[in-house]
Write a protein that binds this ligand. Structure first.
Ligand code: HEC
Length: 130
């Protein structure tokens, strides 16, 4: 029987292949920018849209997760997204996939991704018990 939904491990493998290419492009574009502990710049959602091309496999391009273990990011606070990605990157938060992915993101890319996902408008429709 064919599985229609790829497992996280399969997706993570594909993403690693994708990232190898992106890391190369990133090194050219950003001159191998180091992960300094500076204030993150204000993000650009349009630039972020290009970065989330990788993320969307699991988090959706609309910020609604495609895997049960991934988080919905649509409408999430930008500062929360930034803090989590920086925590994955510096190792204070650990996840097999996200640690690898965040390691390849510059401060500017993190801010751009946060601007993109936080900029997706969401509406609360139903609250259990109400
Ligand atoms: C292969 C699937 C996959 C891909 C691709 C992926 N993520 Fe994740 N992401 C996850 C999973 C799984 C978690 C939950 C980690 C945990 O349990 O701690 C997560 C967690 C996160 C969180 C924390 C959410 C929270 O509520 O605390 C952020 C932010 C995030 N990812 C952003 C990104 C960004 C940005 C990208 C693209 C650069 C990306 N992810 C790509 C699977 C993925």
């Amino acid at each position: 029987m064919r599985r229609r939904t790829p497992t996280a491990a399969v997706v993570a493998g594909r993403v690693r292949t994708l990232l190898a290419g992106c890391a190369l492009a990133g090194a050219v574009l950003f001159g191998g920018q180091s992960a300094g502990a500076q204030e993150p710049p204000v993000g650009d959602p349009i630039a972020g849209r290009k970065v989330v091309h990788i993320c969307s496999v699991c988090h959706g391009s609309d910020g609604i997760a495609k895997l049960p273990e991934a988080a919905n990011l649509a409408g999430q606070n930008a500062s929360y997204i930034i803090r989590q990605l920086m925590a994955f990157r510096d190792g204070s938060r650990k996840n097999e996939t996200m640690t690898v992915l965040a390691a390849g993101l510059s401060n500017a890319q993190i801010a751009d991704v946060a601007a993109y996902y936080s900029g997706i408008q969401i509406q609360v429709m139903k609250i259990p018990g109400q």
